[in-house]
Design a protein around this ligand. Structure first.
Ligand code: ATP
Length: 298
């Protein structure tokens, strides 16, 4: 069994221009990114460089033009069913109540309704929304909707969580609360919770709770523009170059103690030091990325 939950090996992604099929754009070039089981990895890079493209490759939503994707050592074909996704945009169904939104994936996997409702309620409890199950998305604040989306993803007990700027639309206080909540849930792992049935799951599947109630953390791939958020949350931060042909240009181990409070950890001298080191690598790429965006607009 591979020590890696997710491996993107030598990935290149070339898109065809929607306006001119003869024109091609290489968004990602020869990129290798590996995430160990239980590891929290953030990817930062300038706007439009190819962060979401990489995440979509890991999710199996997009095929690479070259390179391989492996999930717990097995070549990925089609959708990555060991992964759950949380995107920047809201994915809740407006016509379903909060609990029905959390239940939907469980029902889709064939869990009987009563069981799915009980598990969904236990997730609403865990994200602090015990009494809000009958509310509809439009009756909830942005932060509450994010909590529902988080419960929806985690109720399925994926081994890998893919998050694409999930909190960027939130105000700073709500965002920090959510970041802390994600860290606490991640640290708690899968122990003591019934998993949703998954057809692909092998009895000994890598990354699953081991016999004896051992805590098993999920592997997280977290995409963000926000360097502070990346450092505060992660075990490792990978910096991408500006596009075209984005690729990793730096990788930093975040050796800050855990558990972390994302607001407090920012004052830690090591945080300040890491921030400076990473920003030194990122700054020029951000300026390049910004210049490219301006060119596109002109
Ligand atoms: N389906 C597609 N067809 C053509 N070009 C695409 C497609 N998807 C992405 N691109 C281009 O690939 C590049 C990388 O896009 P991507 O969304 O991965 O960047 P990003 O780093 O996630 O952006 P942001 O920081 O704005 O969220 C961009 O130039 C984008 O326009």
């Amino acid at each position: 069994m591979s020590a890696y939950a997710l491996e993107l090996d030598d990935i290149t992604v070339t898109f065809q221009s929607p306006d001119n099929p003869a024109q091609r754009y290489t968004a990602v070039a020869k990129t290798t990114l590996r995430i160990a089981a239980g590891e929290f990895v953030s990817v930062v890079g300038p706007t439009g460089c190819g962060k979401s493209t990489l995440l979509n490759i890991g999710a199996g939503l997009l095929d690479a033009s070259a390179g391989d994707v492996r999930v717990f050592g097995e070549k990925l074909q089609g959708i990555n069913r060991r992964a759950g996704y949380m995107f920047q945009t809201e994915a809740l169904m407006p016509w379903r109540s909060a609990i029905d939104n959390v239940m939907v994936g469980l029902q889709y996997r064939g869990m009987p309704d009563g069981e799915a409702r009980a598990l969904a309620q236990s997730w609403l409890d865990r994200v602090g929304l015990s009494d809000f199950g009958d509310r509809y998305p439009h009756q909830l604040s942005g932060g509450m909707r994010k909590r529902i989306a988080l419960a929806q993803v985690l109720a399925l007990d994926p081994d890998i969580v893919l998050m694409d700027e999930p909190f960027s639309a939130l105000d700073i206080q709500t965002r920090q609360l959510m970041e802390n909540e994600v860290l606490a849930l991640w640290a708690a792992g899968s122990e003591g919770r019934r998993a949703a049935p998954s057809p692909e799951r092998t009895p000994s599947g890598g990354g699953r709770a081991a016999a004896g109630g051992q805590q098993v953390r999920k592997a997280v791939l977290f995409i963000t523009h926000d360097l502070d958020e990346a450092i505060a949350m992660s075990d490792r931060v990978v910096v991408l170059s500006a596009g075209p042909a984005t690729h990793p240009i730096g990788e930093f181990t975040i050796d800050l103690p855990r558990p972390r409070d994302v607001a407090e950890v920012r004052t830690h001298p090591r945080f300040v030091e890491l921030h400076k080191q990473i920003w030194d690598v990122l700054r020029e790429e951000v300026l390049k990325g910004y210049a490219q965006q301006l060119k596109k607009v002109a």
